[in-house]
Design a protein around this ligand. Structure first.
Ligand SMILES: [Zn+2]
Length: 226
């Protein structure tokens, strides 16, 4: 065995066994709720720290050197923070902020910053969200739209699902005459790895009701071409 092979083998050694990942069936509603409760009330799960430590070893680092000594707990804490959207009670965001209004023009909120994590690589994707809806007797406080975007963003996502979740939620709760959600996102898993995407941005949209029937309204209201 050459020295190089030996080194590579050492790099692959994971000294701290990870806890066995839950079976997909364990991630059903009830058990997910249990996981969520632990996220906020319990100490940082040791298994998360061990997992980060194993990753550091896997890339050939010394997890005990000074600069990395606290990295496993830092990363675990950060991951819980940037995936805190799972815990947000979406209805509590809008309850008390929906008002009866006869306003019959589209409501538009453009350029909402969003930050999410690609579920395939756990790297960030981020950009701008544009939301428009046609009220049908009910409007929601303007500041609530960015909070809805944030609640769905702070999870492991794909941009397509994030876009439709925002649109579906507004559609269900406000029952507007139409809703349009357009997301423009830069995906670090694409741009950092040099995948051939001209600008590195991706655009997704979800259109319901009037916006679905007349996509030119989306272009006029949101300034994006559909
Ligand atoms: Zn990705």
């Amino acid at each position: 065995m050459s020295a190089e092979q030996g080194e590579n083998e050492n790099r692959a050694v994971v000294r701290f066994p990870l806890q066995v990942a839950p079976e997909p069936n364990d991630l059903d509603q009830g058990k997910m709720e249990h996981v969520r409760v632990q996220r906020t009330t319990g100490p940082l799960p040791e298994s998360m720290k061990d997992g980060v430590l194993a990753l550091l070893q896997g890339i050939g680092e010394d997890p005990w050197r000074e600069g990395l000594a606290s990295t496993p707990s830092r990363v675990a804490k950060m991951l819980l923070e940037i995936t805190s959207g799972y815990e947000v009670d979406l209805d509590s965001i809008i309850n008390g902020a929906m008002f009866s209004e006869s306003y019959d023009e589209p409501v538009v909120v453009r350029d909402i910053n969003f930050y999410s994590l690609c579920e395939h690589h756990m790297l960030p994707f981020f950009g701008k969200a544009h939301v428009a809806y046609f009220p049908n007797g009910k409007v929601v406080g303007l500041s609530k739209i960015p909070r809805i975007v944030e609640a769905f963003s702070r999870r492991l996502q794909v941009q397509e699902r994030l876009t439709s979740q925002i649109a579906d939620f507004i559609n269900e709760r406000l029952q507007p005459k139409g809703v349009a959600v357009v997301l423009e996102g830069t995906h670090l898993c694409a741009v950092m790895r040099g995948v051939n995407q001209p600008s590195g941005t991706m655009r997704t949209q979800a259109l319901h009701g009037r916006f679905h029937d007349d996509p030119t309204m989306v272009r006029d209201l949101l300034g994006v071409h559909t």
